[in-house]
Write a protein that binds this ligand. Sequence first.
Ligand SMILES: Cc1cc2nc3c(=O)[nH]c(=O)nc-3n(C[C@H](O)[C@H](O)[C@H](O)COP(=O)(O)OP(=O)(O)OC[C@H]3O[C@@H](n4cnc5c(N)ncnc54)[C@H](O)[C@@H]3O)c2cc1C
Length: 462
Amino acid sequence: MEFIIRPEQRVTARHYDVVVAGGGTGGVFAAVAAARGGARVAIIEQKGYVGGIAAEGGCGIHSFFNLGRAFGVEKRKVVRGIPAEFINRLFAAGGCSGHNDTLLNFGYDDDSLCVDVEAYKFVALDMLREAGIHVLLNTFVADVLCDGDVVRGVITESHEGCQAVMGKIFIDSTGFGDLCARAGANYTEPNDHAVANSMGVGNIDIDKYYESMRDMNGLFEYARGPRSGRDNQIIRVSGIFSKDPAVHQALKDLGMAVVTTTIHDNYFMFIKINFQMPLPPTNRDALADAEYELRRRQRGALALLRQYVPGAEKAFIARTSPSISIRRGRCIECDYDITNDEITDGRHFPDEVFSYGFHDLAPRVQIKNGGTYGLPYRALIVKNRANVFAVGMMITSDFAAHMSTRNTVSCMAMGQAAGTAAALCVASNTAGVRQLPYTTLYKALKQGGVWFDAEVPYEEHR
Ligand SMILES: Cc1cc2nc3c(=O)[nH]c(=O)nc-3n(C[C@H](O)[C@H](O)[C@H](O)COP(=O)(O)OP(=O)(O)OC[C@H]3O[C@@H](n4cnc5c(N)ncnc54)[C@H](O)[C@@H]3O)c2cc1C
């Protein structure tokens, strides 16, 4: 490998209170919360839209609720605040189905919330602009300026060239933990999940898809809700569409998941194709190979649908994600690393920032008695850094625990928590994020609509 020395460069610098790196699932909520808390906020997103994986294909945004019905307990909404407000706005804009009960097999997933990914991108951007946030789109966080354990700024690249974005508090919500890694935080790259590209398929009849599964006793779960202006329509289906073992093998070889959602007639909003990379996805060339491989597999999946699904004979790929989606890239070391035992025990913490009640390994792995657990503030604070939060899929190292914390709604709630804390730190001129009194944060989160299911009484937070 040949090396060169990059020459020093004089670049323009802009100053903000809070800088959010990555305008994805968690980042949007971090920025909105920080701005509503009175901070001057910049959010930096490499793509031309915001929303991240939630707007690219992880569009079964189901986990606002506990997994109650499997235990015969009440289905309760436990994530509220800005994420719930966003979903209400999306619904009002015709961009989602609202909350609907999952039918047949609800042990895994109590709630079906189907999202139009294009509407998601617009409504999220609208919310950021409305909050007065400087939204830097098509801008990549390429480097970090540190002073000991304090991050002072990030170096960005865009068509305008190289620029510095300076701040007081930084929130890394890049999914990959790019800011943290460049700031010298400790991290691992477990490469323990498949990468995916999710496609939208047009010209395909969801009722026939549902009926063919139902008629061959292959239906696993489904949901009914609003679709193309009519209520009580099929909006989510999962199951097998052929009993032929050769088709099963073909699905397996393609890494194709046969669950889909929609809010439009004749359109499957997302069909996921998965591929286990041999090297971690931070390896650029291995990633390029994976991008190709996933697109090759998508062609194969389309051929299978056309051949075996009644009403899909003329289906076509209407949308793909612009690049791979990932369930985790880097795992960033934070002050606290929640374990799966704590999650399944339904543990609540004296510094928790929201309650959560979903587990992706359900029904096999569940939170005790259909309850909830709390995510501690410490779990968002990047170890050995004074002023950096990590938000989203990068925070939990335990594979099984991560299968809960990485879910869309959890990432959104982490965003609100970190953004609220960041604004409070700025307002009180706190030396570092660890110095913020928890009671101040708790009150602000409550004011922001966050629901605490806590068995930990408020007095104990003092
Ligand atoms: C295929 C797939 C399906 C899933 N399905 C579901 C599901 O049905 N339900 C569910 O609840 N969860 C699902 N998940 C999990 C969930 O969607 C993710 O864990 C969650 O959305 C991650 O949010 P995040 O904010 O951490 O990252 P992201 O949403 O990926 O946001 C990161 C953002 O940062 C940007 N970015 C990255 N690096 C830089 C940089 N250097 N500079 C500037 N910008 C940068 C990215 O472009 C992106 O917008 C799924 C995940 C995958 C991969």
